[in-house]
Design a protein around this ligand. Structure first.
Ligand code: SF4
Length: 356
């Protein structure tokens, strides 16, 4: 595409964005903290899901200092239900770095933003262009789709060559006088018009689009090799004693780190899951148990794993609760459950508790 065409494309896209952009709360501010928060929440999560979380978060942690001063359990509780909890832990850690190491001052460039936990090239480019007005590109999933179609990029996503090409194209067409609006315009186009089923007739840049000219833009972008989804099976124990259910906090080194769940063990490779759970309860918690009925099976899909959890009602008949390892445990009443940060899969399991 010639540079004169780039100029017309930029104009058309900016004009369209300014007339059609959805009114989203983070688009009404230039505050770096709020823009940063929105970009982190929007990673792998839909706009409609993010809006109420974003608004509630800012009521509880209106400034980066409030977030930095909060406990991690409070932060995880506020994030509960959004998934990908590493984002919350990184955001918290980065807020503490801003307050403690930078005296509350936010980075000014994309390069500096990348020094904070959890801020990669994409997030840094988005924040720096929107909040700081820096002329840097950004490339998220929506933008990849738009660029691959506009420039008919045939190589599959995920390879270093394709990624480098998409970043170079984003930089080449960037409107340097309005980088924040331009990057958001590309994202908005990908989210609302150039979707998996592109509406080319409504597209402001149709006349520049090679993918559309080829007649089948939806074949792009080409996907890399499919991700292997691992099948995982767990056995979980619901132990209720004196109207309290036993919860354990996951260690910080595992998936869903520091969130609360019921005792469970991976039985994917085990012939007798029931027996493995009995051993786990004895070894890890010092409890000799009697099993009641299986009370349900929960299925949950993570990005790279399909989880099936067989849930059992268990009675502790002997033993004094202890922890073999560094996990925390708690006996929790029904009306206290809301105070514990749990992943969606754990809430599904806890919905099976048969309270006396
Ligand atoms: S013309 Fe169609 S394929 Fe090309 S950018 Fe617009 S919506 Fe996407």
């Amino acid at each position: 595409m010639k540079s004169a065409n780039h100029t017309s494309l930029r104009r058309a896209l900016l004009r369209w964005y300014r007339a059609n952009a959805r009114d989203l709360p983070w688009r009404r501010t230039n505050d770096p903290y709020q823009i940063w928060l929105s970009e982190v929440m929007l990673q792998q999560t839909r706009v409609e899901t993010v809006v109420p979380y974003y608004e509630r978060w800012l009521r509880v942690f209106p400034a980066v200092q409030d977030l930095a001063a909060a406990s991690q359990s409070r932060v995880l509780k506020m994030w509960e239900g959004l998934g990908y909890y590493t984002r919350a832990r990184n955001l918290h850690r980065a807020a503490q770095a801003v307050v403690e190491q930078r005296d509350g001052a936010f980075p000014q460039t994309a390069e500096d933003w990348q020094e904070l936990s959890g801020v990669g090239r994409y997030t840094a480019g988005a924040i720096a262009s929107i909040a700081n007005g820096e002329a840097v590109p950004t490339v998220d999933g929506n933008i990849k789709r738009v660029l691959a179609r506009l420039f008919e990029v045939e190589s599959p996503l995920g390879t270093p060559e394709t990624e480098a090409r998409l970043w170079a194209l984003a930089d080449e067409i960037l409107a340097r006088s309005a980088p924040g609006d331009f990057n958001q315009a590309l994202m908005e186009l990908g989210a609302t018009v150039c979707t998996s089923r592109p509406r080319c007739v409504d597209c402001p840049v149709q006349k520049y689009c090679r993918g559309c000219a080829s007649g089948s833009p939806e074949r792009l972008p080409r996907r890399g090799r499919d991700t292997v989804v691992k099948q995982v099976r767990e056995a979980a124990a619901i132990i209720v004693r004196r109207s309290r259910v036993l919860l354990v906090q996951r260690p910080s080194s595992v998936l869903l780190a520091n969130l609360w769940t019921v005792p469970a063990v991976d039985v994917s490779e085990v012939a007798d899951g029931f027996e493995a759970l009995r051993e786990h309860l004895s070894w890890s918690f010092g409890l000799e148990v009697e099993f009641g009925a299986s009370i349900g099976t929960i299925r949950h899909r993570f990005t790279h794993r399909d989880l099936r959890v067989d849930v059992y009602a268990v009675t502790a008949v002997r033993g004094r609760l202890r922890c073999n390892g560094s996990v925390n445990v708690a006996w929790v009443k029904r009306d206290e459950l809301g105070e514990y940060a749990c992943a969606n899969v754990d809430r599904k399991i806890l919905a099976l508790v048969q309270w006396p």
